[in-house]
Write a protein that binds this ligand. Structure first.
Ligand code: GCO
Ligand code: MN
Ligand code: MN
Length: 388
């Protein structure tokens, strides 16, 4: 195993300002560590070899402050990006913190709130364009209900689609080079959030006017909260050409959104995830949306960030070892992994259908075959444990 487990910008790792900036507040307790200034966050991330940073409008520019102050805050950010060489790789709107969004933003029952939410997004899309961010994320944390009596979900989804169509129209009209990434989550902070899973969001995208510019930003923790396999969700998203961005962290099934250090919990799942990302040609950023345990001081925050990167790179190295092991190739061949890439019947034609109808199958012999997956999977475990 190579000892080189530190990042270089070409690895394209990124962090949100709110991740290393997380001060450990939770519903039961106050902040436990001091604020890190934005410039210090950027310098710390650049020292770790990180490529990019992402932000919510309100992380960067004080909510409700006069335009001159917001401009000064933005200019200071741009200056530190230049100094550190970091790229702004994603931007998003905070449509969840202010009480005005308590019933939702794009799906609030109040049309004025909906119009305000769309305007707030347009303003920050302008900032994203100025900073050269190629991806704009929509995480609808407040888009949902506690009581199904409060909204007709079909109307809510129509308003959600309307907002995204309008904002996509805005991006096109302005000639910005920005694509949208929807981030599904099942619950928290709402009892039920609209677009709860990768599958719901992929289905929803097909209803949008500018669907070619809308993809996903799936998050490990969010699919895992639902008990779903994040790997399977990401694989389908890739297959549909919709993996525009990814939120990496860790999570135990069935818990609240834990946002743990990447690779700290589900190591086998993460092995497959990293192998998939590395082998798929995914060219976007690997974005860590996680935070340090509440027990940590500022030093612990940097240990956390270093750990996310180290675990990703270690798993990528394990995946390379696995893929170059001849025993793995042999086991995969026995299992039939390469054969699944071959067409079953090819495109339909009358002749092909007639040919298939005439074919004889020895079902008993087909049924008696073993697939050798125990042996193959043990090689996975052996590689992860370093005993292969
Ligand atoms: C969460 C979400 C957020 C979003 C962020 C960017 O569970 O709080 O993951 O962290 O990713 O708002 O859209
Ligand atoms: Mn999350
Ligand atoms: Mn996220």
């Amino acid at each position: 195993m190579s000892p080189e487990l530190t990042a270089r910008p070409e690895h394209k790792f990124s962090f949100g300002l709110w991740t290393v900036g997380n001060r450990g507040r939770d519903p039961f307790g106050e902040a436990v560590r001091p604020k890190i200034e934005v410039a210090d966050m950027l310098r710390g991330l650049a020292d770790l070899g990180v490529y990019g940073v992402s932000f919510h409008d309100d992380d960067l520019m004080t909510f409700g402050a006069p335009e001159s102050q917001r401009r000064a805050e933005l200019d200071a950010f741009k200056k530190t990006l230049d100094e550190t060489g970091l790229v702004c790789s994603m931007a998003t709107t905070n449509l969840f913190y202010h009480p005005v969004f308590k019933d939702g933003a794009f799906t609030s029952n109040d049309p004025q709130v909906r119009r305000y939410a769309i305007q707030k997004s347009m303003r920050n899309i302008d900032v994203a364009a100025e900073l050269g961010a190629p991806i704009y994320v929509f995480w609808g944390g407040r888009e949902g209900v506690e009581s199904a009596a409060a909204k007709d979900t079909r109307d809510a989804l129509a308003r959600y689609a309307e907002a995204l169509d309008f904002l996509a129209g805005y991006v096109k009209d302005k000639g910005y080079d920005i694509r949208f990434a929807l981030e599904p989550k099942p619950n928290e902070p709402r009892g039920d959030i609209f677009l709860p899973t990768v599958g719901h969001a992929l289905g929803f995208i097909s209803t949008l006017e500018h669907q070619e510019m809308v993809g996903l930003n799936p998050e490990v923790a969010h699919e895992t909260m639902s008990g779903l396999s994040f790997y399977q969700g990401v694989a389908q998203t890739l297959w549909q050409g919709k993996l525009f961005h990814i939120d990496l962290n860790d999570q135990r099934i069935g818990r609240f959104d834990q946002d743990f250090r990447f690779g700290s919990e589900g190591i086998k799942d993460h092995f497959f995830l990293v192998r998939l990302l590395e082998n798929s040609g995914y060219a976007g950023v690997k974005h860590f949306d996680a935070h340090a345990y509440r027990t940590e001081d500022v030093e612990g925050v940097w240990d956390f960030a270093r750990g996310c990167i180290r675990n990703y790179l270690a798993l990528a190295e394990k995946a390379r070892e696995f893929d170059s092991d001849p025993r793995v190739a042999a086991a995969m061949s026995y299992t039939g992994v390469p054969q699944l890439a071959e067409p079953s019947v090819g495109p339909y034609s009358t002749e092909a259908a007639a040919g298939l109808m005439d074919e004889q199958f020895d079902v008993d012999s087909l049924a008696s075959r073993g697939f050798g997956i125990e042996k193959l999977d043990q090689l996975v475990v052996d590689h992860i444990l370093g005993i292969a």
